[in-house]
Design a protein around this ligand. Structure first.
Ligand code: LFR
Length: 492
């Protein structure tokens, strides 16, 4: 009996949150106790994360969580977006502010990497999809910076925060795999590839599996937080998407998921990586998952495009409520024009509404003209891209998809869920909204149990919503055919 409490820190590209998770019997509950905006800072040398602000907010949130807990808090775990990192010198001091993965210094770096090792070889070794944001291309850009010679330790964002909290340095496995510097076969840093790229291999340290207990809070931190007793820090599945996939409430093995937030991660779970030509052709990735599983998926640009449109309109002086914006999209005319959300011009921050309009013009379509039409165009295009990815997923894995789960913050977006059901002609099972936090906390609470058991507890703890495809199949079928012709400009 009794309640066991856990603290989950979940850092997203838009906001950071601290959640209190409680396990009572075999039911989880999570509630947010602290939230802060995560706003990147543009300096003359590029776009950075404000990592000290993030750390301070984490401390504040954890201290709130400790006060809000009804039972004794057993442990704390941190997850965040992937691919970003800090470099530490021999005194274990941060050398510079971590860069944001959308910083422009990675432009042209994929091509430079392929001169050193062919694209197909990089994929065969790492199993990771090609995106300019990958740590490989970030570090390649930095390999010529003077401070790289001072670097002794490479820590990804959650690893860095864990180090500041505990004094213990370790690289958590699920997040390490996203760097494209990690061997899919050996499940260890690919030191040969790292050296070939001119990146110093000395900076890569011990890799630990999700669920590993790292240690307790440093005394100083414990005092600052008013933590009574020794609070343990667990390396959870520290890549946020890996935590979210843990919490997919799937009953069978042949499910597909869309982890929906700033990005949409569309994929499935496999026992072994797929490293052959079809996976490479469609730019699928084999990221490391909890319990030795493989997260076989593709990044789709996601709600980032809408978030960035909203910021552009707000710069013009409008104050826009997110739900009101969605309602405008719902009322706008549908199926007017489509974009490929994964076209390179949508990756970096900037005037997103103009980029959407330019894309439509360039591909011979009538561009959306109102705010509602722009958002409608983006949401429909996302849904159609999900269909394309799921079709490729079935083709490459040779497995049918028996259930489609949408998890994460984006599962709250009813319009996008409905379009997804419509575009795929399949039921969408939406929820939990808090998948990442639930996955984070489940690994702390039930580490050692297998995924099937963890998912059973998750299923019993959450309520889900179902979206059935609308009867207008013909409309979406016709839209998909037009969308495919648009894709010819971008996908091979
Ligand atoms: C989602 C996510 C994706 C990763 C992207 C960049 O939050 O972690 O999985 O590809 O952010 O780090």
């Amino acid at each position: 009996g009794g309640v066991a409490s856990y603290v989950g820190v979940d850092l997203g590209a838009e906001s950071g949150r601290v959640l209190l998770g409680e396990l009572e019997g075999d039911r989880f509950s999570v509630r947010e106790v602290h939230r802060f905006a995560n706003v990147p800072v543009r300096l003359p040398d590029g776009l950075h994360w404000d990592i000290l602000h993030i750390y301070r907010q984490v401390l504040e949130g954890v201290s709130k969580a400790l006060r809000a807990a009804s039972g004794e808090v057993r442990s704390l775990g941190v997850d965040s977006w992937a691919v970003d990192y800090g470099l530490l010198d021999s005194r274990c001091a941060l050398i510079s502010n971590p860069y944001h993965y959308r910083d422009a210094r990675t432009e042209g770096m994929m091509e430079r990497a392929f001169e050193r090792l062919p694209r197909s070889e990089i994929f065969r070794r790492t199993g990771i999809q090609f995106m300019p944001i990958n740590t490989l291309y970030q570090l390649l850009a930095e390999a010529s910076h003077p401070e790289i010679s001072l670097a002794q330790h490479f820590l990804m964002i959650p690893d860095l925060l864990n180090f500041w909290l505990t004094g213990v340095m370790a690289s958590e496995y699920t997040n390490a795999t996203t760097t494209q510097l990690f061997s899919a076969r050996d499940r260890a840093w690919d030191l040969e590839l790292i050296e070939l790229m001119g990146i110093p291999s000395r900076i890569f340290g011990e890799v630990v599996a999700p669920g590993t207990r790292l240690g307790t809070l440093r005394d100083e931190v414990g005092r600052e937080l008013g933590a009574h007793g020794q609070l343990e820090v667990v390396a959870v599945a520290s890549h946020d998407t890996a935590s979210a996939v843990v919490a997919v409430p799937a009953e069978s093995d042949s499910f597909a998921y869309i982890s929906s937030g700033t990005w949409s991660l569309v994929g499935t779970e496999l026992a072994e990586p797929l490293l052959d030509e079809p996976a490479l052709r469609y730019n699928f990735t084999n990221e490391g998952g909890y319990g030795g599983t493989v997260r076989f998926l593709r990044n789709v640009m996601g709600l980032w495009i809408v978030q960035e449109c909203r910021r552009a309109w707000e710069r013009e002086g409008e104050v826009l409520d997110y739900d009101a914006l969605m309602a405008e999209a719902g009322r706008a005319q549908g199926m007017v024009a489509f974009i490929d959300p994964d076209a390179p011009e949508f990756l970096r921050p900037g005037d997103m509404p103009s980029r959407v309009v330019d894309f439509c013009r360039r591909t011979g379509q009538r561009p959306p003209s109102t705010r509602g039409e722009v958002v409608r165009c983006v949401l429909e295009s996302l849904a159609l891209k999900y269909r394309w990815v799921v079709e490729r997923l079935v083709e490459v894995t040779g497995r049918e998809v028996s259930a489609l789960h949408v998890v994460g913050g984006g599962s709250r977006n009813a319009l996008l869920c409905q379009y997804t059901a419509d575009a795929l002609g399949m039921e969408v099972i939406a929820g939990p909204v808090e998948a990442t936090a639930l996955g984070n906390i489940a690994v702390q609470a039930l580490g050692g149990h297998d995924l099937r058991e963890i998912r059973q507890v998750i299923r019993g703890s959450v309520s889900l919503r179902s979206y059935e495809p609308s009867p207008e199949r013909g409309l979406w079928e016709e839209g998909y055919q037009r969308f495919l012709s648009i894709l010819q400009h971008t996908e091979e």
